[in-house]
Design a protein around this ligand. Sequence first.
Ligand code: IMP
Length: 183
Amino acid sequence: MQSNGGDPHLGPILISHDDLHSRIGALGAQITADYQGRPPLMVGVLKGAFVFMADLVRCIDLPVEVDFMAVSSYGSATKTSGVVRIVKDLDVDLTDRHVLLVEDIVDSGLTLSYLRKNLMARGPASLEVCALLAKQTEHDVDDEVRYVGFDIPDEFVVGYGLDVAERHRNLRDVRQYLTDDAT
Ligand code: IMP
């Protein structure tokens, strides 16, 4: 049963809880195979990646470490401007670490390219990116994102950690959000 929780903009389920879990299991298995002998430091990007990160780390059979950074991007409720501010930085030093950056969604790729540059400057042994969702925009993210959960259409989505104005992060499924400029 899909409720709109009193928000008329909340649209249909795009990716169900069950589909999220089976895909994340497969991503975890792939990461486990790829990082044998060099367990990654997993860096979650708050706030959006917190639910994905929690499920993903439990699907990886390696002694991973986790850390988080929080960024806020300037822009409207549903579009980022690419100007990113680090609100909480990492606690650990990245020098010679195998870093796996865990993102909720890549849209224009501007946030990711800022973070990649910032983290590369800290001297990691390697840096790869795992994003739960990648929007199909004219910008091709395949070269920048090693692990992608789902390619989705260029629509605004909420749930499973993703928000609109801080709402709907706690939905179990990924759902469409019908914004005024998308209609
Ligand atoms: P980018 O810089 O355009 O790639 O945007 C990336 C960031 O914008 C993500 O980490 C999200 O925080 C936010 N974002 C982009 N698209 C969506 C969406 O459809 N729903 C919720 N947040 C989004």
